[in-house]
Write a protein that binds this ligand. Structure first.
Ligand code: NAD
Length: 465
């Protein structure tokens, strides 16, 4: 593992201002595999000042040139994909196959999409006697979680740079090595000094300082709703923009005309992927009462098949949280049909793939985000009931609908209060806007909608005639 002692600021690694460090732990065997500096408000200040200095030149760089830089960054991500995948497996726990595909493949696709969008986007439009310029918002403070450590970084940094913004990143405490590798990639790709800075450290210290810094014009945060709410309040008081990608409790609605076995199997796989640490996971499966027992049997069998193929959770704290949720589900009277709260192995932060039946909509396991490999199966009476249950949480990030034909599923999906719905297993689209309704967040990531988050308009009015 490469050892840097400092922060990546203004195109180089500079020593951290304080002596504090945080350990990086491999969640599969609980061994310490690295140590990074715990940044302070001083480190954040130095990084933000550097980003401000770099802003005018980067904002004035023609979009086509910014696109070339992003293409170069994408190429480095491709060249070092295996190294990224190994690092993600080591610090986040993703099984190698998942790290080589989704964990690294998706951010490569996203970086490539912004290289294309930067070149193609109309940063200027004509409206009547006005020319409207779409200009970068300024310096972006990006705060990311650990569940998809590279994707979460690229989904913020790539559109921000495409827009002409400069960025300071504060990555999650549990996955700083991926962020350091990303900083190396930025360097190798030859991006101008200062357009990207990295400060590792604790959320309430370095993260908080970044949100509060007067030199930050926009905060882009992905993480828990609790922290997001606090960040939104601070940004609101300072009248700075905040984009918040928060939690979810997405519904997988299986209508009676659907291919039940397929819908259940894909639904279980969706929840178990990344050990359930996916904000958009379909953690509530809604099944018609006539098919309920059959669906429960299929889901339990599918979950049992996971066995050893599931990776650990990211940390002891997450494992304990998730096991606490499972214990609460049992205490609330839900029926455990697969998995359970017991530790499946002696070492590592593993949780067994778990399925609950007889889950009532008001139970905590049907309302709260668990962020682990835990599926709740709920029974509905008719379509109105299904819609009421599906919309009956504070969240609205994603979802799925299965029916005999796409039109029927799509008609139902139109009633869902959520940012995305996959119809009959429609695949993830990295160009479609991703983001939440209700308490799942504000703002959108990915594609052109993700780009416009980082732009603000300036209208010039000309005399007519
Ligand atoms: P978290 O909110 O505690 O941490 C996320 C990031 O915020 C980390 O970088 C952390 O250091 C930082 N942070 C923590 N406290 C802060 C503060 N006071 N000020 C500034 N920054 C602070 O989240 P977590 O518990 O580590 O991650 C799991 C949660 O993230 C889940 O609830 C999940 O739903 C959510 N999540 C959402 C998405 C999404 O796209 N909507 C994606 C991944 C994770």
């Amino acid at each position: 593992m490469k050892a840097h002692d400092g922060m990546y600021i203004e195109g180089g690694w500079r020593p951290a201002s304080g002596p504090g460090t945080t350990d990086v732990v491999n969640p599969a065997d609980e061994q310490v595999i690295g140590r990074v500096p715990a940044g302070t408000a001083e480190d954040v200040d130095i990084a933000v000042r550097a980003a401000r200095r770099a802003l005018p030149a980067w904002a004035a760089t023609p979009p086509a040139r910014r696109a070339e830089h992003l293409a170069a960054l994408r190429d480095v991500l491709v060249a070092r994909q295996e190294e990224f995948a190994d690092t993600i497996t080591a610090e986040q726990g993703s099984p190698p196959a998942y790290a080589r595909t989704v964990q690294t493949g998706l951010p490569i696709a996203v970086a490539g999409s912004y290289a294309e969008l930067a070149a193609a986007h109309a940063f200027e439009e004509r409206i009547g006697n006005s020319t409207v310029h779409h200009e970068p918002v300024g310096v972006v403070g990006a705060i990311t979680p650990w569940n998809y450590p590279l994707h979460q970084i690229v989904a913020k940094v790539a559109p921000a740079l495409a827009a002409g913004c400069t960025v300071v990143l504060k990555p999650a405490e549990d996955t700083p090595l991926t962020a350091r590798l990303f900083a190396e990639a930025v360097h190798e790709a030859g991006l101008p000094a200062g357009v990207f800075g990295l400060v590792t450290g604790l959320g309430p210290v370095a993260g908080h300082a970044l949100v509060e810094h007067r030199g930050v014009d926009l905060v882009s945060f992905t993480g828990s709703t609790v922290v997001g709410r606090r960040i939104g309040a601070i940004a609101g008081a300072a009248v700075k923009k905040a984009a918040l990608e928060l939690g979810g409790k997405s519904a997988n609605v299986i209508l009676p005309s659907a291919d039940l076995a397929r819908a259940v199997n894909v639904g279980v796989a969706n929840v178990m992927a990344n050990s359930g640490q996916t904000c958009s996971a379909w953690t509530r499966m809604l099944v018609h009462r006539d098919q309920y027992e059959e669906a429960v049997g299929l889901a339990a069998a599918a979950a049992d098949k996971y066995g050893d193929r599931i990776g650990p959770l990211v940390s002891a704290a997450q494992r304990d949280r998730v096991r606490g949720h499972v214990e609460r589900g049992v205490a609330e009277g839900a029926r455990l049909v697969a998995g359970g709260p017991d530790a499946p192995r002696e070492r590592g932060y593993y949780v067994r793939p778990t399925v609950f039946a007889e889950v009532a909509p008001e139970m905590a396991i049907a309302q709260e985000e668990i962020f682990g490999p835990v599926l709740s199966i709920l029974r509905y009476e008719d379509e109105r009931d299904a819609l009421r249950i599906a919309n009956g949480t504070v969240y609205g990030l994603a979802g799925a609908v299965w029916a005999g034909d796409d039109a029927e599923a799509a008609a139902f999906a139109r009633g869902l209060e959520t940012g995305q719905v996959d119809i009959n297993g429609g695949r993830f689209n990295p160009l479609a806007p991703f983001g939440g309704w209700k308490q799942s967040g504000v703002g959108r990531e990915l594609g052109v909608h993700g780009l416009t988050e980082y732009l603000q308009t300036k209208s010039l009015q000309f005399r007519e005639g």
